[in-house]
Write a protein that binds this ligand. Sequence first.
Ligand code: AGP
Length: 608
Amino acid sequence: MCGIVGYLGEKPAQPILIAGLKRLEYRGYDSAGIVSLSPRSKATLVRAKGKVSELVAKVSEAPKTDVIGIGHTRWATHGEPSKRNAHPHNVGDIYLVHNGIIENYQDLKAMLSRYDYEMKSDTDTEVLTALIDYLSHKHETLLEAVSGALNMVVGAYGIAVIDRKNPDEIIVARKGSPLILGLGKGEVFIASDASAIVGYTDQVIYLRDGEVAQCMRDGVELYDLEQNVVSQTVETLEIDLQAIQKQGHKHFLEKEIYEQPETVRATLGGRIDTEKHTAKLGGLNMTDAELRAVKHIFVVGCGTASYAGLLAKYYIEQLAPDVMVSVEVASELRYRSFTVPENSVALFVSQSGETADTLACLTEMKRRGVRCLGVVNAVGSTIAREVDGGVYLHVGAEISVASTKAFTSQVVAMVIFGIMLADSKGADKRVISEFVDELDSLPSQIEALLAEQAGEIAGIAKKYAKYEHALYIGRDALFPVALEGALKMKEISYIHAEGYPSGELKHGPIALIDDRFFEVCYIQDNWLYEKSQSNLIEMNARGAHAIAITDTTKKVPAENVIRVKTKLSYLTPLLFNIVTQLLAYNIAIARKTDVDQPRNLAKSVTVE
Ligand code: AGP
């Protein structure tokens, strides 16, 4: 979850490194640091606890024109957030930044102590730095020392390493944590995320697991850990600078909520046919016969991605009634003993495509020979590269830690998959057609909701910012929306929020209701309307402070009612979810939290 940057060229490195760290700050930000080397091999190491702005203040006290350097923003895994534990770490002439976890660092630390290496920090990263320094005295080149060290390491890493004695190369390596190399004219840019390279070059190399790159001004050489040269593929980066700015919004979160009409259009782009009422995902790599044979789908993800999978379950099972969908939280599945029925496929849902738990499940499913499909946003991410096929969301960079546009498009992408499945099986064409038509009108329905009701929602939200607890309840496809709505509220407003199936109220949660709580009750005007209405009445009888989110024009007995005007039916839960995205956003603003970078969180959880 940390951010890594590096630069080697003819321009001053410090401003480039700082700018890159600012773009990566959302990935993890409890400390930051940079080191640069002068042409006469003088190293300038600056580290600071807290946000990149703290580091900037320190760098400005002693600016340098050095033209090589590496930098890092940290989300602590070993050792508390502090300057002492901040990267880059330095041992001898070696400076290193790292994203990942070295699992055998204690053993390595014990071995190094026999050669009088004493660690100054609590981190696994410093141990790796010391190991490379130790080996640099036994090998000719930094490349050999780094490769030798990585062959001794157990765990995940993305690293950039420089040797003070040689200010003309940066060694980079990855296993499990993403790294991208940007190729400029006489310069190389290194980053753990493409957004830090955008604007400098669009020619990039996505480093693959087990590869080591020797970066020099005239280019990059790739090796495996045995120092055999490996081929390199230069790709053109799609993200543009404009896309990662806030475009006039106060926060990235607000921008990404308001982008949803266009991002749903992007996800749909050319994938549904409203004449024939069919759907097509180009990258699925499955024939009609293979789709027809599918009987069981594992949907695997974490957090919001798992809730998108749970909502998609309801839809896929409606479209293709002979298919059973199991939604699995990746961190549980990876350690559980489970069987995979015949005719299964596994869907891996991940905005970043780098979530460690999800990736671990992908590795296990591949080991078992299960067909693996990705539902991923980040092009070229590890999950996207490891699956047998899949679908890109095409929603552009999602910068805010709290996921919004990706959730909606993850569900849309899985509904498209469900339509393809249903079609291949000759399922009920009426249901298929209704889903195709609703997908087609979804962007305009979201547009209307945002244009007409955002102000009303913001006004209601402010009344609830004073609460410390919230209970979200929904039935059927609104239960996953209750979970996701509660997660959004937790993440960005720090209000303790729980999502529950409405039918569970009497099995425990109703005991919670008192003036400490407010409630969000989703009530759709469908076959469950009466039951949902009675749940609301039960809560009111205990003094609830309920916000009802509904598409009905009938009377709803709640403290506040947000009526969503829509002609949708199946996909109405996606509209209700956008209402709760706005609720959470407005309450977070009222509570003055760090909306885009909530405390303790990172955008991509690339470690366990
Ligand atoms: C969602 O708002 C959170 N940031 C978090 O739950 C996230 O969805 C989860 O970590 C999965 O991330 P991924 O989609 O990148 O795999």
